[in-house]
Design a protein. Structure first.
Length: 157
C-alpha cells in the first residue's frame, strides 16, 4: 500500500499588487464617464410650497421637469421679473411644451412611455394663471400624469 505524504514547509507565492493601480484608475475613469451631472442651469427662482402628504417618484428617468418662477437676478435685465417657464435649460412658453415632451419621449423605451410623469416645480409666489396655461398645454399634448413638487412641512411644536 502506498502512503500519502504531506509536503510541509511550502507556502503559496505572494499575490502581485503591480496591477492594482491600473485597476483603480480604470474604475475611476469608468465612474467619471458614467456619472451624469446636472444637465442644465436653473434660470428661475423656485421655492416650492410645503406639504404633508408626499410621495417620492421612483423612476427619475421617466420624469419631465417644468420649472415655473421668476427669473433669477442674472436674467432679470433680459427677461423681466414676470413669472417664466423653464424647460430643460432654456426659457420657453406654453407652446413649446409639446415639443419638449416629444424630445423626452423618444429617449424612453416604448414599453415605459405610458409611465412618463411631468413634474411641475412651481414657486409659491407664482399666480395660477401661468400654471393653468401649462396644464392646458400638457392636456392638449396628451400628458395626463402630473405631479406637483413640494417639500416636507416642518411643523413647529
Amino acid at each position: 500500500m502506498g502512503h500519502f505524504v504531506k509536503k510541509r514547509g511550502k507556502s503559496s507565492p505572494a499575490i502581485s499588487t503591480a496591477s492594482l493601480p491600473d485597476i483603480i484608475f480604470m474604475l475611476l475613469f469608468f465612474f467619471m464617464v458614467v456619472t451624469v451631472l446636472r444637465e442644465g442651469e436653473r434660470k428661475v427662482r423656485v421655492v416650492v410650497p410645503q406639504a404633508t402628504e408626499l410621495q417620492k417618484l421612483e423612476q427619475k428617468s421617466l420624469v419631465n421637469h417644468i420649472w415655473i418662477g421668476r427669473p433669477i437676478e442674472k436674467y432679470q435685465s433680459v427677461y423681466g421679473t414676470k413669472p417664466r417657464i423653464q424647460l430643460g435649460d432654456k426659457f420657453a412658453n406654453e407652446f413649446d411644451i409639446p415639443l419638449f415632451l416629444e424630445q423626452h419621449k423618444i429617449k424612453i423605451p416604448e414599453a415605459q412611455r405610458p409611465a412618463i410623469t411631468t413634474s411641475l416645480k412651481v414657486d409659491g409666489d407664482v399666480t395660477m394663471g401661468i400654471v393653468s396655461d401649462v396644464k392646458t398645454s400638457l392636456r392638449k399634448a396628451g400628458q395626463l400624469k402630473l405631479n406637483y413638487s413640494a417639500r416636507p412641512r416642518q411643523d413647529k411644536i
